[in-house]
Design a protein around this ligand. Structure first.
Ligand SMILES: [Zn+2]
Length: 182
């Protein structure tokens, strides 16, 4: 796997808005605003990469290791859904994209390091890295995030940065404005 996303200028759309809660030590959490996820897209040849960085709150409704049976079921269902990225990101059928790799990690799924929040201020992210193989990338004119918003209604905004052979694109995707056009 080539690290396409490492080449991305991640400061393209810097956050200037105030955080939803006090800014404090997030360790590696980076921008962490409940309701908002960060998503990077890179298309290189026939390889489409998507990298998602979301507060766990948006995905499962809590940010700690699941304790109750209900929370465990919620986490398992969310993890399974995240492992099927073709159901979350609507790609043009003509582009003939299939999921080549799916890598999902979070403390709430028990497969990533625990977050290091202060007492009473614990936060955790869900990180996902996807790779699609697109046999006809010239038909990849857009990505619709509508299915993602539907699957995870705790997500109100996805800050998207995309880089393709057409250059860079940014979108503050919302349920009402969910289509990224390249
Ligand atoms: Zn949080």
């Amino acid at each position: 796997m080539r690290p396409l996303l490492l080449a991305l200028p991640f400061a393209l759309l810097p956050f200037t808005a105030a955080y939803a809660h006090d800014e404090h030590e997030h360790g590696s959490l980076g921008a962490h605003e409940h309701g908002t996820a960060q998503l990077n897209v890179a298309l290189d040849g026939e390889t489409l990469e998507i990298e998602l960085d979301s507060p766990a709150m948006n995905i499962v409704g809590f940010e700690h290791a699941p304790t109750t049976p209900e929370q465990k079921a919620q986490a398992a269902a969310a993890q399974q859904r995240l492992d099927e990225p073709e159901t979350l990101f609507a790609l043009p059928t003509a582009a003939q994209c299939t999921t080549a790799q799916s890598d999902v990690g979070s403390p709430v799924f028990g497969n990533a390091a625990e977050s290091k929040g202060h007492e009473g201020h614990e936060h955790a992210d869900v990180d996902a890295h996807y790779q699609f193989q697109c046999d006809n990338p010239s038909a990849l004119a857009s990505i619709d995030f509508a299915p993602f918003f539907k699957a995870f209604p705790g997500t109100r905004k996805i800050v998207v940065q995309a880089i393709t052979s057409n250059g860079q694109k940014g979108l503050q995707a919302t349920p009402a404005n969910s289509l990224l056009k390249f």
